[in-house]
Design a protein around this ligand. Structure first.
Ligand code: RB5
Length: 145
């Protein structure tokens, strides 16, 4: 995988923000797969979190973005998958640090928590910050032990 590949998904609570982020990232030239949901009808966030986690663990994509009402359910579900490091973020500093120090491979957002403009900034920082490695590597490995 050379070009950055992304997966995105949401439940009904994150549906509108997810769609807008998807379109915005497509316009920016990212290779991005939308795993749904495809309507504002009530649905279960673990179903969609699982799809994105599996895409990452199968190496179909590099990173994932999950949106629900708070970002919390998506984060909880994603972090049950070994090898997934999901960060629920609502500010740009945490977005940056979750990449630099924690090598997060999933960003979760709360559509009822952050406005759309802030969500775009968070995603932009998150996608453009590289993991520092070094002293953090040992700690990252410990997460999966
Ligand atoms: C749905 O109402 C809401 O519970 C869900 O989107 C999410 O916030 C769960 O963490």
């Amino acid at each position: 995988m050379n070009r950055i590949k992304l997966a995105i998904a949401s439940d009904h609570g994150g549906f509108i923000l997810k769609n807008n982020l998807y379109k915005n990232l497509l316009i920016k030239g990212y290779d991005i797969v939308d795993f749904g949901t495809n309507s504002s009808e009530s649905c279960d966030y673990p179903v969609y979190a699982k799809k994105v986690c599996e895409a990452i663990l199968n190496e179909d994509v590099h990173y994932g973005i999950l949106v629900c009402g708070t970002g919390i359910g998506m984060q909880m579900c994603a972090n049950r998958f070994k090898g997934i490091r999901a960060a629920c973020v609502s500010d740009t500093y945490s977005a940056k640090m979750s990449r630099l120090h924690n090598n997060s491979n999933i960003l979760t957002l709360g559509a009822r928590v952050v406005g759309e403009g802030l969500a775009y900034d968070i995603v932009n920082v998150w996608l453009n910050t590289n993991y520092e490695g070094g002293r953090h590597e040992k700690r990252i490995k410990m997460l999966d032990e």
